[in-house]
Design a protein around this ligand. Structure first.
Ligand SMILES: [Zn+2]
Length: 252
């Protein structure tokens, strides 16, 4: 099989593949939102798409459903280009995805949010829907601070601080994008954003008052030390961490 992407397959091959035991399906949940003056608005969707694709391949016997490209980004609406779903919209889309995928016979449905604003709605949607599908395991990697911690540790291995690595368009995310879509990154516009602590208090401020309460240029972190090479390492390591978490979840 030369693709795991359902979008690139026909119904007959999909049916056969499910019958052969490909009963796990993975999809990313990204965003179309500002990512500072230097990164494109598709950043989270591209990263989510790549993570879900690599996770599906590494899990084996898994397919990838289309990435949900728009997410909950109301806190970014002060910046042009951001398109946002209401939380209720995203949850409704997730419900419809799960309904369709379960109907086709997928038994393990794995959700990978790649944008901070989606984590809460993703977990809520899973909690709301899982009792309807007792034959399925529905799992989302929805530990936002756990993910930030992983990213900061990966950056730390290259001597980059957690504050520079950041939470949005900083060193780690910019490195991802240099690895994935170098031509879409405006390197001459790298500039420092908010580089203070990012904890529960700051994230509450952002979600309630919008990104501009913390950062005028839309960056949380500092992209100036980002490189393509680091991005490649971050992606591979993050994929293997996600695969380990998912395997643990699927076991019990
Ligand atoms: Zn992002």
């Amino acid at each position: 099989m030369n693709t795991v992407r359902i979008e690139e397959m026909n119904w007959q091959d999909i049916k056969e593949t499910i019958n052969q035991g490909y009963t796990t399906v993975v999809f990313g949940i990204g965003s179309i939102e500002q990512h500072g003056p230097h990164l494109p608005t598709l950043t989270d969707s591209l990263i989510g798409d790549v993570l879900a694709n690599k996770v599906a391949i590494m899990l084996k016997k898994a397919l990838q459903a289309p990435t949900i490209r728009v997410g909950c980004s109301s806190h970014h609406l002060a910046f042009p280009g951001t398109i946002s779903y209401k939380e209720s919209t995203l949850k409704a889309v997730i419900h419809d995805y799960v309904h369709s995928l379960a109907h086709h016979g997928f038994k393990n449905i794995i959700l990978i949010p790649s944008h901070g604003g989606n984590f809460k709605s993703t977990q809520e949607a899973i909690d709301e829907i899982k009792d309807e599908y007792p034959e399925c395991k529905i799992f989302g990697y929805t530990d936002l601070f756990g993910l930030l911690d992983i990213l900061h540790k990966l950056s730390g291995e290259f001597g980059v601080s957690g504050e520079e690595s950041g939470a949005h368009a900083g060193e780690s995310e910019t490195s991802f994008m240099l690895a994935l879509a170098n031509d879409l990154v405006k390197k001459e516009r790298f500039e420092i954003g908010y580089v203070g602590e990012i904890g529960a208090e700051q994230s509450q401020l952002i979600f309630e008052k919008g990104m501009t309460a913390l950062t005028k240029n839309g960056i949380l972190g500092d992209p100036s030390t980002a490189t393509r090479e680091k991005g490649e390492v971050y992606i591979e390591k993050l994929v293997s961490i996600l695969v380990d978490e998912i395997k643990k979840e699927l076991k019990d």
